[in-house]
Design a protein around this ligand. Structure first.
Ligand code: 5BU
Length: 509
C-alpha cells in the first residue's frame, strides 16, 4: 500500500515536471525506490564485486596483518550512480535505526564521497575533520559549520578495528560535538564493533564481510577454495595469513585419471603450455578450417558445434582430424545432449554427424542423470572417448540452481572413468582427475572511464564473460573455452597467444 501510494505520488510529480526536473525525478525515483523495493545485501555485494571493490590475493593491511582479500571502496568515486545508490542504502539504514543528528561527518578519505552524496540527496550539512591543521588561512581542524553540543553522525566505509573512527571522534568531541553513532558499509568482523561500543559509539552497518563472502560464493563469484580460506580465517578479519596450496601440474593430474582422453589432454596442455580450448563457432566451412589451422598450434583442444556448419561433410571431418594430428589438439563436439538414453545413443552414433567417430570429447547436460552416461559409454565401446557434464552455464538468468549443480557434481563423482570433468564457471570438484572447463571468457578490455578491472561483461544475447586470469586464478577452473574473442579478433593469432599465456601462467603460478 505504502509503495503504491509512493509510486503514484512520484508518477504525478514526474508528469508535472519540466524536462530537466523530470529526468532528475526519474533518476532519483529509480535509485531511491530500488533501495526500498529491491535493495538488499545481494545487490550491494554483487555490485561491489563487479566494480572490482573486492579483491583477492595477498594484501598487507594498515594494521600490518596479511589478508587474502581487500576491500577497496575508494573505487566508488569512479561509479557515481552506484555511489549514490549505496549512499541511499546507508541513509535508509540511518532512518530505519532512528539515529538523530545535526550534522554528518565522513571519515577521510574513502567515506567522504559517501557522506557528500547523502548530504546532497538528503540536504544534511556535513563537517569534515582534517588530518593536519591548515598552516594558513583559518587554521581550522574541522571544516564546515557546527555549534557546541550538535549531534554528529559518523559515516565510514569499512570498519576493522574501529580505530580510524575512534581517533576522529576524540577530536570532534574535544571540539564540543556529541557523537553516539557511526554508520558504515561493511563490518570486517574484527574487534571494531566492540571497540566502538567501549568508546560510547553505537555501530550501524549494511553488511558483515562473512555475509558478503557467502553471497559471492553462492552466486559463483568465488571458488570453494577461496570461500573456505576465508571461512577459516580468525574472525574473518585477515589475522591468519593463508598460503594457497600449489596446484598439481596437468601431467600429474593426467596420471591420477584412468580416462585415456584426460591423460592425453593433460599431456598436450603441458607440452604446448596451453590450457585453452578454441571454440570454432564458424558456419563457413573454409573459414573455420583456416582459423583452426592458424590457431591450432596454440590450443589443447578445438570445440565444434557441427550443426551450425554450412555444407557439413565427411570431408570436413577428415580435414579437421588431419589438422588435429598436425597441430596436436583434441576435438570436442559441444553437443550438449539432453534426451533419454535411447535417443542420446542414436544421436551420438548416427545421423549425418556420427559424432562418436571423430570427437574425442562430447558434452552432455546433467539433467538426465546417470543413464545419459550409460548410453554414451555403450556407443563408444572400443574407442578412447570421454564426456563432460554441464554443471553451470555462462549465460545470464539461466535456470541452473546450486542444487542442480551439486547433483551434477555428485553424478560425476559416482560415474567412473568415462566422465572427464565438468563444464562450469568455477572449480567444483576436489578430485584432481576431474577437469573444469569454463566458457564465457574474454581478454580484459578498457571498459568504463579507462578502468580495466571490471571482470564481467556481456554480449547482447545474455552471454556473460570473465577474464582468463579471473577464471583460472580466482574461480580456480582449469581450462578456458574461448570463441569470439579469438575468431572475431582483428589479430586472431595475437589473441590466441595472449589468452594461452595468461591462462597457463595463471594455472602454473
Ligand atoms: P564465445 O564466443 O567465447 O562466447 O563462445 C562460447 C562457446 O562456449 C560457445 O560455443 C558456447 O556454446 C559454449 N558455451 C558457453 O558459452 N556457455 C556455457 O555455459 C556452455 C557452453 Br555449457
Amino acid at each position: 500500500m505504502y509503495h503504491n501510494n509512493s509510486i503514484n505520488n512520484v508518477i504525478f510529480l514526474i508528469d508535472s515536471c519540466s524536462k530537466c526536473n523530470r529526468d532528475f525525478f526519474i533518476f532519483f525515483f529509480k535509485y531511491f525506490h530500488n533501495t526500498i523495493m529491491h535493495g538488499d545485501k545481494k545487490h550491494i555485494s554483487l555490485k561491489l564485486y563487479e566494480i572490482g571493490a573486492i579483491k583477492f590475493g595477498s594484501f598487507v593491511l594498515k594494521s600490518g596483518i596479511t589478508s587474502p582479500y581487500y576491500i577497496d571502496l575508494r573505487l566508488l568515486r569512479s561509479y557515481p550512480l552506484f555511489l549514490r545508490t549505496l549512499s541511499n542504502y546507508l541513509f535508509n539504514k540511518i532512518r530505519a535505526d532512528h539515529i538523530s543528528y545535526d550534522v554528518i561527518c565522513g571519515i577521510p578519505n574513502t567515506a567522504l564521497p559517501i557522506a557528500t552524496s547523502i548530504s546532497l540527496d538528503q540536504n544534511i550539512p556535513t563537517i569534515f575533520k582534517r588530518d593536519v591543521i591548515k598552516e594558513h588561512g583559518t587554521k581550522t581542524l574541522i571544516e564546515g559549520l557546527y555549534k557546541k553540543d550538535d549531534k554528529c553522525l559518523i559515516i565510514e566505509d569499512v570498519v576493522t578495528s574501529g580505530n580510524s573512527i575512534i581517533d576522529s571522534v576524540k577530536i570532534l568531541r574535544k571540539n564540543g560535538l556529541i557523537i553516539t553513532d557511526a554508520c558504515f558499509v561493511i563490518d570486517r568482523e574484527g574487534d571494531g564493533i566492540q571497540n566502538l561500543t567501549s568508546n560510547g559509539i553505537k555501530a550501524h552497518y549494511l553488511l558483515k564481510i562473512s555475509e558478503l563472502m557467502e553471497i559471492l560464493f553462492e552466486n559463483g563469484k568465488i571458488s570453494p577454495d577461496i570461500y573456505q580460506t576465508f571461512m577459516k580465517m580468525d574472525n574473518y578479519s585477515g589475522k591468519t595469513p593463508t598460503i594457497p596450496t600449489k596446484r598439481l601440474t596437468f601431467s600429474e593430474r593426467g596420471e591420477t585419471s584412468k580416462n585415456g582422453v584426460t591423460k592425453r589432454l593433460c599431456k598436450i596442455i603441458d607440452d604446448k603450455k596451453s590450457n585453452l580450448v578454441f571454440s570454432a563457432d564458424i558456419s563457413d566451412l573454409d573459414r573455420l578450417l583456416k582459423m583452426v589451422d592458424l590457431v591450432g598450434p596454440h590450443v589443447c583442444c578445438v570445440k565444434t558445434h557441427v550443426d551450425i556448419i554450412n555444407r557439413f561433410s565427411v570431408d570436413f571431418i577428415n580435414k579437421l582430424k588431419a589438422l588435429a594430428s598436425q597441430h596436436n589438439f583434441l576435438i570436442m563436439e559441444d553437443r550438449k545432449f539432453a534426451d533419454i538414453g535411447n535417443i542420446l545413443k542414436l544421436q551420438y552414433e548416427g545421423g549425418m554427424y556420427k559424432i562418436v567417430e571423430w570427437a574425442d570429447i562430447v558434452t552432455v547436460h546433467g539433467l538426465i542423470g546417470h543413464w545419459a552416461i550409460e548410453a554414451l559409454k555403450k556407443v563408444s565401446i572400443g574407442r578412447e572417448r570421454a564426456c563432460l557434464l554441464v554443471a553451470e552455464m555462462s549465460c545470464q538468468d539461466n535456470f541452473l540452481t546450486n542444487d542442480y549443480t551439486k547433483n551434477v557434481c555428485n553424478l560425476v563423482e559416482a560415474s567412473g572413468d568415462f566422465v572427464m570433468g565438468l563444464v562450469c564457471q568455477r572449480k567444483l570438484l576436489d578430485n584432481p582427475s576431474f577437469l573444469h572447463f569454463t566458457p564465457g571468457v574474454k581478454l580484459p578490455q578498457t571498459l568504463i572511464n579507462g578502468h580495466e578491472n571490471i571482470k564481467k561483461y556481456q554480449d547482447d544475447l545474455g552471454q556473460a564473460y570473465n577474464t582468463p586470469d579471473y577464471v583460472i586464478s580466482q574461480a580456480m577452473s582449469d581450462i578456458i573455452i574461448v570463441g569470439r574473442d579469438i575468431y572475431e579478433s582483428l589479430d586472431p593469432l595475437a589473441a590466441v597467444t595472449r589468452l594461452k599465456q595468461i591462462s597457463y601462467k595463471a594455472y602454473t603460478d
